[in-house]
Design a protein around this ligand. Structure first.
Ligand code: AMP
Ligand code: GLY
Length: 422
């Protein structure tokens, strides 16, 4: 089997390493991959958004199966384009990827089908949004409709901040056309849980739950980032909660998408908040989370390629999806300054004997050396029987990875550990 994985971050590195356990795979191409992924796949210099290039490459190289990992190509229709030339894919088509591509779509879907989410209003012009804010309860949450590199959500503490957010998104077009419409929604509280699921449109199978750490600094301070670390499973997400979410959220979402003629196949990501009034959907993603994937896939006991193929061909109900009982922790090592300006080009070295995985996110090869080339540089992942053990082990491996200007959070998993005591 010849595989193609579209994307080039830590998530894709984790997917490729997991896929490689299947010995029927003879070659994996990563488009574009990165300097670290090059250890595990053949990197091809075609960007994840270059649909024509991706299709041409698949055709010329007789690709048997494609995994499209990032949101952009999915929302642009990469799966439709590949399926049109007969390449089976893991990932939703364009019609289904809109569940992440448009917040207005996903909010309206939830309202129409009774799926619990924050109360909201949609606005297509700044003047009516500003007028609405005058009497809206604070804090409030303002979301650009379209994709915005994970930065399109602003939590405004007061009226002035809320107005600034509306002006930045709608008038100054901070996120371009993604801000043509906005959602203003109720501020919810409670622990957050990420639940990634496999689905073929008929069956939905949740993976082990996880918890992201989005803020840059310890104690959940500092700016929002793409994610500074993760743990799995998430202790707030109990068996009872899983049952409730299946009934109230997962199955209703799958059925709603079918009813809309937008059958979703691939990884459907539920960003949940466990509020005092029950679990509610904060966001849907049409893909694996980053860095959630880095803790979820090392706990997957079953064969990833088999599951992905089952999602594509509608046989997920007959496919084993099993996870190990232990826990995992991922500590992201970033470049100092991230998520704002940072320097690149520092050599990454690792001591021998790393007990775990190092998934490379932002690095390039230069004369045989691995150099930092992004804000989030890599994720160090360890698994253990207990969460405490996984955290301790992950931080011990972090000590063995070196590059100048590295920074990372010291408290990944601490909130989850406290959950056991709440
Ligand atoms: P996103 O970029 O969509 O992942 O959202 C960023 C973060 O904003 C989420 O992880 C939540 O912590 C927070 N958030 C989004 N919507 C709400 C809401 N309605 N109430 C409270 N926090 C929210
Ligand atoms: N870690 C959040 C996301 O992938 O959107």
């Amino acid at each position: 089997m010849k595989l193609m994985v579209v994307g080039g971050g830590g998530r894709e590195h984790a997917i490729i390493k997991s896929l490689k356990k299947n010995k029927t795979i003879t070659e994996i191409f990563a488009l574009p991959g990165n300097g670290g992924i090059a250890e595990d796949a053949t990197c091809v210099d075609i960007g994840a958004k270059e649909l024509d290039g991706i299709v041409q490459f698949a055709k010329e190289n007789a690709i048997d199966f494609a995994v499209v990992a990032p949101d952009d190509p999915l929302v642009l229709g990469a799966v439709d384009a590949l399926e049109a030339i007969g390449v089976p894919c893991f990932g939703p088509n364009k019609a289904a990827a809109i569940i992440e591509g448009s917040k207005v779509f996903s909010k309206n879907l939830m309202k129409q089908y009774g799926i619990p989410t924050a109360a909201y209003e949609v606005f297509t012009d700044a003047a009516s949004a500003l007028a609405y804010l005058e009497t809206a309860p604070m804090p409030t949450v303002i979301k650009a409709d379209g994709l915005a590199l994970g930065k399109g959500v602003i939590i405004a503490q007061n009226l002035a901040e809320a107005k600034d957010a509306v002006k930045a998104i709608m008038s100054d077009k901070k996120f371009g056309d993604s801000g043509n419409q906005i959602v203003i929604e109720e501020f919810l509280t409670g622990p957050e849980v990420s639940v990634l699921s496999f689905t073929d449109g008929k069956t939905v199978v949740p993976m082990v739950s996880s918890m992201d750490h989005k803020r840059a600094l310890d104690g959940d301070e500092g700016l929002n980032t793409g994610g500074m670390g993760t743990i799995a499973p998430n202790p707030y997400y109990t068996k009872d909660m899983d049952k409730r979410c299946m009934e109230e959220i997962f199955l209703p979402t799958m059925h709603a998408m079918n009813a809309e003629g937008r059958t979703f196949k691939g990884c459907l990501y539920f960003g949940l908040m466990l509020t005092p009034n029950g679990p509610k959907v904060i966001e849907y993603n049409c893909r694996f989370g980053d860095p959630e994937t880095q803790v979820v896939l090392p706990l997957l006991e079953s064969d990833l390629l088999t599951i992905m193929q089952a999602c594509a061909n509608g046989t997920l109900a007959d496919t084993e999806v099993k996870f190990f009982a232990g826990s995992a922790c991922c500590v992201v090592m970033a470049s100092k300054g991230y998520p704002e300006a940072y320097e690149k080009g520092y050599e990454i070295t690792m001591d021998a004997g790393i007990d775990g995985e190092v998934y490379i996110a932002g690095a390039k090869l230069d004369g045989g050396k691995l150099l930092t080339n992004g804000g989030r540089v890599l994720g160090v992942v360890a698994t253990a029987e207990t969460l405490e053990g996984a955290i301790e082990k992950a931080y011990a491996q972090v000590e063995k990875v070196h590059f100048d200007n590295a920074f990372y959070r010291r408290d990944i998993g601490q909130r989850a550990l406290r959950a056991n005591k709440e």
